[in-house]
Design a protein around this ligand. Sequence first.
Ligand code: ADP
Ligand code: MG
Length: 249
Amino acid sequence: MKKIAFTNQKGGVGKTTTTVNVGAGLSLMGKKVLVIDLDPQANLTYSLKMRTSKLEKTVYDVLKGDVEARDAIMTHGSFDLMPSSLELSGAELELANEPARECLLRDAIDVLYEYDYILIDCPPNLGLLTLNAFTAVEEVIIVLQSEYLALHGLSKLMNVIEVVQKRLNSSLEVAGIICTLYDSRKNLNREVVGHIRDHFGSKVFKTVIRDNVALAEAPSHHKTIFEYDDASNGAKDYFALAKEIRNGH
Ligand SMILES: Nc1ncnc2c1ncn2[C@@H]1O[C@H](COP(=O)(O)OP(=O)(O)O)[C@@H](O)[C@H]1O
Ligand SMILES: [Mg+2]
């Protein structure tokens, strides 16, 4: 069992796309996968159209301690999802006075021993929800857009990871860095990825996720890239990335 958080405090860099499609890729390889949507914007949940009624339980109910983790899990094709909802945006404040408030997710999902992988889609900030993700996992994968200023803000993220390593989760490590939204026609994209490789060496995955319109279209059809267009570059790239992750990058 491996738990991995996909993170970057910037929005729009490809975290949600990466979490859902790496999860789908690993499940196609026969792994049992749970994907947790920890973003109050619930993009991952909506991209799979998993929330159909208010009665369904979400990660918000789990963090509040109102339901067991297992009762907030639903199935999409070959993998499972713990959905999010807008209510989660109140969690930062509501949970602020809970004892061990950074450990709520870790303790709640500790019982889910049946999964090979639990993948967490982080919100675009470094608040309490992200701290819960970093405390619950062994590995963080940083998602970077292959664009100017990709590395901007990264030292802040690294600081937070170090603090969590010291105080909350000594087994946490940065397992890899994935470059997304890559357009090989743009010199700048190539330069940025080169710069990221110079900076982080072998931490950077060999696979680069290309800019691919099918990846942007799939969510509106409530499909993973493999369900939407198995022959697309997006499907090829995410399958290659899932393989690298499975092989222990
Ligand atoms: N490789 C890609 N090619 C084309 N569009 C992409 C790609 N990755 C993500 N997108 C689109 O870019 C937007 C932001 O991606 P998303 O995964 O939601 O980022 P984040 O979770 O970091 O905010 C979404 O509309 C998504 O569909
Ligand atoms: Mg997102």
